[in-house]
Design a protein around this ligand. Structure first.
Ligand code: NAD
Ligand code: IPM
Ligand code: MN
Length: 344
């Protein structure tokens, strides 16, 4: 029997509440088809406040030896904003070269969309995961004076952009739906990065005659996400636009409690990481009321990544049935997970 070694990083806040539920659901879904070997990592605010460490070389070395990472969320009101997010989450994405941040967006029947006529919403955002304005390049000089200057540099490499774009075209083909890729950027104000992205779209598209593509400015994309979300099939975009658009997409399909994601290392040289899109939700942490569905669906993405498509589909189907039956009821984190497990 095969084994998947999974580094489990529940992290902070509701991350700690939803992650164990996902582990239980995944275990039930795979049965004895594969052994899920969970290796726990105590990373996050508690450890940082205890000894000042975030994610050291030893942690990276050990996590790097696992096959995949299941992450909850990081972020804690006691820690200055950005410390845990950059020092832990982004460091994981960067260290393990997780170039594709895949964020499927689907409106499940029964879930209440804030849109009056949502229509059929089922698209995926391929967000470049290691470059753009997340590069950390820039500086802040003359701080504290009224001549202070801060810069943030958006890094776009042909190599990095092509990995994301290629993934998007492959995905459009694999999904077998509209077979369309929409590139989102702001080529009107970002002439350099915009041109590089367009050049690569042009080049890669040649290899996919069966897939069409179009282009939208990011601001216009935010409009269409609420006025006509069913037009989208696969969206490909940079790191920051992708971050913003996927929170909006999550809201449109009934809330961030349903939005899953995969941070994929496309060469399989390093572990890929699976996590809900939402954060640690300090406003509801500790109450046991966080919706574990986004995390559970991320667990399904993990199983799919390793080729356990049927187990992944079982989870998706159980979630679909569960939301159709119960989305309007208010349930605890544990109740939702138990209801999903009961359908598996
Ligand atoms: P958030 O996603 O944590 O919360 C936004 C809102 O959505 C809150 O009202 C919250 O209660 C609600 N919410 C989120 N997940 C939910 C769930 N599963 N069920 C029910 N309601 C849910 O975003 P935020 O408030 O901007 O950030 C809080 C902290 O999390 C910050 O420190 C931020 O940096 C961090 N963060 C981490 C990640 C991550 O680890 N991947 C992602 C986003 C934000
Ligand atoms: C996300 C989060 C992260 C991001 C933060 C917490 C660094 O918002 O996963 O969407 O910006 O990528
Ligand atoms: Mn985000």
């Amino acid at each position: 029997r095969k084994t998947i070694n999974i580094a489990v990083i529940p992290g902070d806040g509701i991350g700690k509440e939803v992650t164990p539920q996902t582990q239980a659901v995944m275990g039930k879904a795979v049965g004895n088809q594969v052994r899920l070997n969970y290796v726990d990592y105590d990373l996050g605010a508690e450890r940082y406040l205890r000894d000042g460490t975030l994610l050291n070389d030893e942690d990276l070395e050990s996590i790097g030896q696992q096959d995949a990472i299941l992450l909850g969320a990081v972020g804690d009101p006691r820690v200055r904003s950005g410390i845990l997010e950059r020092g832990l989450l982004l460091k994981l994405r960067f260290s393990f070269d997780q170039a594709v941040n895949l964020r499927p967006t689907k409106l499940y029947p029964g879930v209440n969309s804030p849109l009056k006529n949502p229509g059929r919403i089922d698209f995926a955002v391929v967000r470049e995961g290691t470059e753009g304005l997340y590069s950390g390049m820039g500086g802040y000089i003359r701080r504290g004076t009224d001549q202070a200057i801060a810069t943030e540099t958006s890094l776009n490499t042909a190599f990095g952009v092509e990995r994301a774009v290629r993934y998007a075209f492959d995905l459009a083909r694999k999904r077998g739906g509209k077979r369309n890729v929409t590139m989102v950027n702001k080529t009107n104000v970002l002439p350099h990065a915009g041109a590089l992205w367009l050049d690569i779209m042009d080049k890669v598209a040649q290899e996919y005659p069966d897939v069409t593509w179009d282009y939208l400015h990011a601001d216009a994309c935010t409009i269409f996400l609420v006025t006509d979300p069913s037009r989208f099939d696969v969206i490909v975009t940079d790191n920051l636009f992708g971050d913003v658009l996927t929170d909006e997409a999550g809201a449109v399909v009934g809330g961030i409690g349903y939005s899953a994601s995969a941070n994929i290392n496309v060469t399989d040289e390093h572990p890929s990481m699976f996590e809900p899109i939402h954060g640690s939700a300090p406003d509801i942490a500790g109450k046991g009321i966080a919706n574990p569905t986004a995390s559970i669906l991320s667990g399904a993405m993990l199983l799919e990544h390793f080729g356990y498509d049927q187990a992944a589909e079982r989870i998706q189907r159980a979630v679909e049935e569960d939301v159709a039956a119960n989305a309007s009821r208010s349930r605890s984190t544990q109740e939702v997970a138990q209801d999903i497990i009961a359908r598996l």
